[in-house]
Ligand binder design. Structure first.
Ligand code: SF4
Ligand code: SF4
Length: 153
């Protein structure tokens, strides 16, 4: 999940991103500077709470000692435990995720970063939705482009 959290501390969730999707996203967001809007809804699968990357400044956290220091910055970080490390960085799972029900145990008191997830900025900044996430990020087509297309019909 990229639940934007502060300008400097970002929670990233990349899951199952396929290369073609990455290239498409790069083209739309970096080359065309497209923005996105969110559609769909949460199906409560819990995936975005079980595979989490933490981005600090411009890098994804790969070092446990560094992460220990970050835990003083925000309550949300104290909920995360390291479950793996891959070629992106440390992989965290939230301790509040009920492994049986896949539901958040502190749903009513969950942090703002979780309430706002998934934010459109996440996608523009390189995050990706979990594989079976019920949300989708659609690129915003500028009005002039829509008009131009209609005129050509
Ligand atoms: S606090 Fe709840 S919603 Fe937020 S990551 Fe943890 S389990 Fe998910
Ligand atoms: S549907 Fe998406 S936002 Fe909802 S729990 Fe699953 S991965 Fe998270």
């Amino acid at each position: 999940m990229l639940k934007i959290f502060t300008k400097l501390n970002i929670k990233l969730k990349f899951q199952g991103a396929k290369m073609i999707e990455k290239l498409k996203k790069f083209f739309l967001s970096v080359i065309l500077r497209r923005k996105y809007y969110r559609t769909g809804q949460c199906n409560a699968c819990g995936q975005c709470c079980s595979k989490i990357y933490v981005k600090h400044y411009k890098h994804v956290v790969t070092d446990e000692k560094e992460f220990e220091r970050l835990q003083y910055l925000h309550r949300f970080y104290t909920y995360l435990k390291v479950v793996d490390k891959d070629d992106i960085g440390l992989v965290f799972e939230c301790i509040n995720l009920d492994p049986e029900t896949k539901k958040c145990r502190i749903h009513k008191k969950r942090p703002g970063i979780c309430r706002r997830y998934p934010q459109e900025e996440l996608f523009s900044m390189g995050g990706a939705l979990s594989e079976n996430c019920g949300y989708r990020m659609e690129p915003i087509v500028p009005f002039a482009q829509v008009l131009d297309k209609l005129k050509r019909k």
